[in-house]
Design a protein. Structure first.
Ligand code: DNO
Ligand code: MN
Length: 357
């Protein structure tokens, strides 16, 4: 594995590349062109400039999170042809610039869903949290309003203002879309992009739906072992792979995370490692990475990644807000740096132990 940190670019991130470089063991960043819109072609020049900036700080671009998918592709509308052509052009430009991992998701309308961005924990830190009763009480169009005061001034990924402005229309468009339709549309998209992925050796890494069940009646398919196996088989190309995100698959306590990891040998191209603390099955919060702070056995998760010979980029996922930091919720420096150090420690111990036999 290669330890990395997500970075949104200097115009959007409170964390600097210089700070990231001082986290022990972090040599790569996972970044994006945060101001591009789904469907837009990423120009070669902009990708080149992004790479140069990262490299000037002594780091390298280990992959992209995300190149977002336009809703019309997920909906299977005729306009998808042009939009997929554009996606292929973006992948070509990334490939020409020697970037080989792209994370994306196929969630209708919303990316991740949380009901609180700053829930206070007993130690005084604040974390993102999810409560099912709170979701059930919300009107989807108003979802962001209830948490907007806690963003620390950041633009939240998946909650871009022009997307939010059209939430109602989008809901109407998804009215008749079933899980089967969504699988079909994903298959169509993947079949079209696989040739360019083969040509440039680009690993596509689908991010799971978060939480791993339908919210607001929208279909959601990347949620469990069965569905992800179906996806791997329906386009059986090693470049069609996954982002294994423990915090997203882990929202459903029925998902056996180490077992899922083992079943995806060779197809995990990117790993997000984080812990959740469940207060009940309908209420969880994003704990510190340490096993004892949450509900997951982080040793078993990292061990499973080690055992399948995972070599891709890995990153600590959302961190708590600690030590007075003001940053995008989930994406401060301090707790993610602690997470990286912890995962590195687990990995070193597992590796040394395995080599000792
Ligand atoms: C949440 C992230 C997601 C993820 C996208 C990938 O913080 O894990 O927003 O980046 O779903 O496309
Ligand atoms: Mn994730």
């Amino acid at each position: 594995m290669e330890m990395t940190l997500r970075w949104y670019g200097k115009d959007f991130d409170t964390v600097t590349l210089e700070q990231i470089r001082q986290i022990p063991g972090v040599k790569g960043v996972i970044t994006t062109l945060y101001d591009t819109k789904p469907g837009e072609v990423w120009s070669r020049e902009r990708i080149k400039a992004m790479k140069a900036e990262v490299e000037a700080a002594g780091l390298h671009v280990a992959g992209i999170e995300s190149v977002n998918i336009h809703e019309d592709i997920k909906l299977g509308k005729p306009s998808r042809e042009q939009l997929i052509d554009n996606y292929i052009e973006t992948l070509t430009n990334l490939g020409e610039e020697d970037i080989h991992m792209v994370c994306y998701n196929f969630m209708p309308v919303f990316d991740w869903t949380r009901t609180e961005l700053a829930r206070k924990r007993p130690d005084g830190s604040t974390v993102l949290a999810y409560n099912q009763a709170a979701v059930d009480a919300l009107v989807p169009e108003k979802m962001f309003d209830s948490i907007a005061g806690d963003t620390n001034g950041s633009l939240m990924p998946g909650w871009e203002p022009d997307r939010l402005a059209h939430v109602k229309e989008l809901f109407d468009e998804y009215k008749d879309i079933t899980d089967e339709d969504l699988f079909e549309n994903l298959k169509y998209f993947l079949e079209r992009i696989m040739p360019v992925c083969d040509k440039y050796d680009i690993n596509m890494a689908i991010h799971p739906d978060d939480p791993a069940w339908p919210v607001f009646g929208l279909p959601r398919i990347i949620i469990n072992k069965e569905n992800i196996q179906r996806m791997m088989k329906m386009v059986d190309n090693p470049h069609n792979g996954v982002t294994f995100c423990s915090g997203s698959y882990g929202t459903n306590l029925e998902n056996d995370l180490p077992d899922m990891i083992r079943s995806l040998k060779g197809r995990i191209h990117f790993a997000h490692v984080r812990n959740l603390k469940f207060n009940s099955k309908d209420d969880f919060e994003e704990a510190a990475h340490l096993s004892s702070d949450g509900s997951f056995d982080m040793y078993e998760i990292v061990k499973a990644l080690y055992d399948i010979g995972f070599t891709g980029p890995i990153r600590p996922d959302h961190g708590r807000m600690i030590w007075g930091e003001k940053a995008m919720p989930g994406y401060g420096l301090y707790d993610r740096a602690l997470g990286a150090a912890y995962i590195n420690g687990l990995w070193e111990a597992i590796e040394k132990n395995a080599k000792r036999g």
